[in-house]
Design a protein around this ligand. Structure first.
Ligand code: Z5A
Length: 209
């Protein structure tokens, strides 16, 4: 596999969608092919699972079912899109991946990280992102930015305490895996956020030629 696998993480309203567009443009400027995708989702089955996971129809879904559905969508995504793209040498830009599972289902829903790790190993084998950009923002600011949009989905309707636990879990992952996970201060203005992203991504692009 010669393509790079880049994931973007962060709480609600951290600016992931906004930054995906910037990153895509920066990679494509170097003449490299980019597959832009998201989780849960990215395939027809994954998008159907996303609708079940984010919608309000199954409001009381168990944490275990939620965890397994996230990984079901991921298994399909890996087989149908991510691995074929990397094998072609494309760069994969993914809005959320397994760090979100540790943060939301692990810390948020209080499932054990060991359980998440077992399923991660089973579904992904050794595959991990080459780099993960963690857009870190105080919970209140993220929710304020996100709140300017449409009606909340099943996750967006969670409490402040839930999102604080999610943010802390992301910071813990970044502290534990500094080689892979790069913290970006997403509370700053867009230009400053993009400058930080460029600082992390440009060295990878330089190596790619
Ligand atoms: N989930 C999970 O539980 N477990 C898993 O394993 C996975 C996911 C993979 C998917 O939601 C949900 O699934 C997610 C976790 C769960 N739920 N939550 N929470 P998603 O990722 O599709 O959507 P989201 O988290 O709700 O993302 P978002 O709300 O779309 O936020 P965003 O993409 O990070 O932000 P944005 O749309 O780019 O920006 C928000 C607003 O801020 C917008 O108006 C921008 O113009 C503005 N913005 C962006 N950057 C800036 C700066 N720097 N300054 C000022 N304003 C800015």
């Amino acid at each position: 596999m010669s393509g790079k696998f880049i994931t973007i993480e962060g709480i609600e309203g951290a600016g992931k969608s906004t930054c995906m567009a910037f990153l895509r443009q920066r990679i494509e400027q170097r003449g490299l092919a980019v597959v832009e995708t998201r989780e849960p989702g990215g395939t027809p089955l994954g998008e159907d699972l996303r609708a079940l996971l984010l919608g309000h129809k199954h409001q009381g879904m168990s944490a275990e079912a939620e965890l397994l559905l996230m990984f079901a969508a991921r298994a399909e995504h890996l087989q149908q899109r991510i691995k074929p793209a990397l094998a072609r040498g494309d760069w994969v830009l993914c809005d959320r991946f397994t760090d979100a599972t540790y943060a939301y289902q692990g810390a948020g829903r209080t499932l054990s990280a060991e359980r998440v790790a077992q399923i991660e190993d089973w579904v992904q084998g050794p595959l991990r992102p080459d780099i993960t950009l963690l857009l870190d923002i105080p919970v209140e600011l993220g929710l304020e930015r996100a709140g300017k949009r449409s009606a909340p989905d099943r996750f967006e309707a969670e409490s402040l305490g839930f999102f604080r636990a999610v943010r802390q879990a992301y910071l813990d992952i970044a502290a534990a895996q500094p080689e892979r996970v790069k913290r970006v201060d997403a509370s700053l203005g867009l230009e400053q956020v993009q400058a930080q992203l460029a600082g992390f991504i440009d060295p990878l692009l330089a190596v790619a030629g």
